[in-house]
Design a protein around this ligand. Structure first.
Ligand SMILES: [Zn+2]
Length: 330
């Protein structure tokens, strides 16, 4: 089968054996895998956790082999890329996103013709796809769950104004979820990505929310950029009682500085969020069922697996939001 590999910042398509299954595992024929910022970052500069090798972790497909009694051949499925053990110290704190066994129960290699879903993921985080949800949009449940986890960590009770840093697909997801209950603005250096959504029903609202200047008057800041330069500026001008969510990772050799005294006397919260928990997956599932038509606009391109490099080049240049990679059309 064909599978995309990352190797020292280069993408190669290899012809490899179809994975074999152990007890509890499920094999799917991939219909679509969605690109995201994590994969783009891994491609451009490496990743804190993900190493070189097969990549891609947002997937949907059809079950073609199963050693798990929850599933049968022909089931249309989509899911999350990891599962938690339920017993470690973090799982006991309901912080399953930090489970110490996360790396042992992970789905990678979705940019391929076939994908193995390990037992624990199949048991906990592989779902039967409702008919009305397309194979193309279903994989978005994974980043959407991460977004809901970020929102849970923020605890927004009583807050009114939110500024989202970055206009990539994650920033837009935060916008779509939060705009119902808050005054939300998106701050980005360029409007390029927002222009990609011209045909979306929420385009006007999104466009009106775009700001190119940061005035320092937002109580809640959500950073989806991981930009050292931008955050260095923002940390100098957070208002009293505000909070900032660090949603995106930064290059690991970068260290931010801030004025401790100002942060203390003005009680400014720096909050981080990583990955997702069962509770945020549940919220993402419900949001997807209700809003799948809107979310589908975030997938701006469809590209065949053999041309996957083009997908990442388009993303790098800000000419694509999410790209749906398909192995081949039947
Ligand atoms: Zn655990």
């Amino acid at each position: 089968m064909l599978c995309a590999y990352l190797n020292n910042g280069k993408i190669e398509i290899k012809d490899i054996e179809i994975p074999t299954l152990n007890d509890g595992d499920v094999l799917i024929k991939v219909k679509y895998a969605l690109t995201d910022g994590t994969d783009l970052k891994t491609y451009l500069r490496g990743h804190y956790i993900l190493k070189d090798g097969p990549f891609g972790h947002e997937y949907s497909g059809i079950v073609v082999e199963t050693k798990n009694e929850k599933f049968k051949i022909g089931d249309e499925v989509f899911g999350i890329n990891s599962a938690y053990c339920g017993n470690c110290k973090f799982c006991k704190q309901n912080r399953e996103n930090l489970c110490i066994y996360l790396k042992d129960n992970i789905v990678v290699g979705a940019y391929a013709e076939y994908l193995k879903i390990p037992k624990l993921v199949a048991d906990k985080n592989l779902f039967i796809k409702p008919e009305e949800i397309s194979f193309k949009v279903a994989p978005i449940i994974e980043p959407l769950s991460c977004v809901f986890h970020g929102i849970e960590k923020l605890n927004l009770i009583g807050f009114e104004k939110i500024l989202i840093l970055g206009s990539g697909s994650i920033g837009i997801m935060f916008f779509l979820i939060l705009k119902e209950n808050f005054e939300v603005k998106i701050y980005s250096r360029s409007k390029k990505r927002i222009e990609l959504l011209k045909s979306a029903p929420f385009y006007e609202e999104l466009n009106n929310s775009f700001v190119q200047n940061y005035q320092g008057d937002y109580d809640v800041i959500i950073d989806t950029t991981g930009s050292f330069e931008l955050l260095s500026e923002i940390l100098k001008s957070l208002p009293k009682g505000s909070k900032i969510l660090l949603f995106a990772g930064m290059e690991k050799d970068k260290f931010l500085t801030f004025n401790q005294s100002y942060f203390h006397y003005n009680e400014i919260d720096i909050i981080s969020s990583f990955h997702q928990t069962p509770s945020s997956v549940k919220k993402a599932y419900q949001f997807l069922i209700k809003n799948h038509e809107l979310l589908e606009y975030l997938i701006t391109h469809e590209i065949e697996l053999k041309d996957i490099i083009l997908a990442f080049e388009l993303m790098k240049e800000g000419k694509a939001l999410k790209v749906a990679i398909f192995p081949s059309k039947l």
